[in-house]
Design a protein around this ligand. Structure first.
Ligand code: CP
Length: 327
């Protein structure tokens, strides 16, 4: 398989043209077929990548590690608290050194106002592709898997009503990168996207402007509501998920009065009943069960969360196979 986008950084899908994303999706579906048919996929034989994590991960780490092994290569997991970064070594020096040892560098750094800049600094100084495993602004690996899942289930995405809905959770103050990636990506595929959240949980103005532009250019639509029921009503896909109030409040504190005032923003059976009879419930996971969503919904007939999570490995393999070739 030819690495068509050899050396291209994967930091945000905003920097990938639509035909390039289409190609990544095509390869992702092929990877899935190869996986189920037990076919050889050693397209990255002897290639190596470094996976740097500033935060915890289940899906992202393991889809990348298992994915690269299945491509014939090897991924080295790096806990950044055990790297010299924790003693102040720069992103520049880290990128220069690691890129001289292998064929790709992937990194998760979700610190608000820091994560994306860190990846950009590595990209400036790396001779190999930098892959974003989630930063403060974007989660392109998740976005690509979400898009693959929607295409797989619905085939046609034009005018699908997709509602990205804030939900109450207390586990940690989550990045805005998942909903931000989704509002930027889905209108490019002509979906009718509704973003719903209570006052105080805004996404950045520039992202809203860009989401509207994508909708206008691609025949979809984009709107914002602060009414949860309106977002659920007649939706084909609902993605109720928590995110932090980072845009308005940069404190790391997880639970505050604002959050507690919105406990009612939960995906319940009653909310699902407002949606299309064939509605699909999605969540990037991990879910805060009992807070963001009732068990009966996430475990119920409308849920496609395990398909969505599974597709993380097929899309991760596609991104690596297409960007990490011979140096
Ligand atoms: N959805 C997602 O990125 O999961 P992890 O945090 O487990 O990697």
């Amino acid at each position: 398989m030819k690495p068509l986008f050899k050396g291209k950084h994967f930091i945000t899908l905003e920097e990938w043209k639509k035909p390039e994303i289409d190609k990544l999706l095509e390869v992702s579906f092929k990877m899935k077929e190869y996986f189920y048919n037990n076919e050889d996929t050693t397209f990255l034989k002897n290639k190596t990548a470094f996976l740097m994590f500033f935060e915890q991960s289940t899906r992202t780490r393991n889809s990348m590690e298992a994915g690269l092994a299945q491509l014939g290569g090897h991924a080295t997991f790096l806990d950044t608290s055990k790297m010299q970064i924790s003693h102040g070594e720069s992103a520049k020096d880290t990128a220069k050194i690691l890129s001289s040892y292998g064929h790709g560098i992937a990194c998760r750094n979700c610190f608000w106002g820091i994560g994306n800049d860190f990846l950009r600094e590595m990209a400036k100084n790396s001779s190999v592709p930098i892959m974003n495993l989630q930063c403060d602004l974007y989660h392109p690996m998740q976005g690509l898997a979400d898009l693959m899942t929607i295409q797989e289930v619905f085939k046609e995405t034009k005018h699908l009503k997709v509602s990205i809905i804030w939900a109450y959770a207390t586990t940690h103050k989550k990045p805005i990168s998942v909903p931000l990636t989704q509002i930027l990506l889905f209108p490019r595929y002509a979906m009718d996207v509704t973003l719903a959240y209570p006052e105080g949980y805004d996404l950045p103005d520039w992202a809203i402007k860009q989401a509207k532009k994508h909708a206008e250019e691609n025949g979809g639509s984009f709107k914002i509501t602060h009414n949860m029921e309106e977002a659920f009503k007649d939706a084909d896909v609902v993605i109720p998920k928590n995110w932090g109030s980072w845009v308005n409040n940069q404190s790391d504190e997880v639970v505050d009065d604002l959050l507690e005032s919105y406990k009612g923003w939960k995906c319940t059976e009653d909310m699902i009943a407002l949606a299309s009879p064939n509605v699909k419930y999605m969540h990037a996971l991990p879910a805060d069960r009992g807070n963001e969503v009732e068990d009966s919904v996430i475990d119920g007939e409308h849920s496609i969360v395990y398909l969505e999570a599974e597709n993380r490995i097929h899309t991760a393999k596609a991104v690596m196979a297409m960007t990490m070739g011979d140096k």
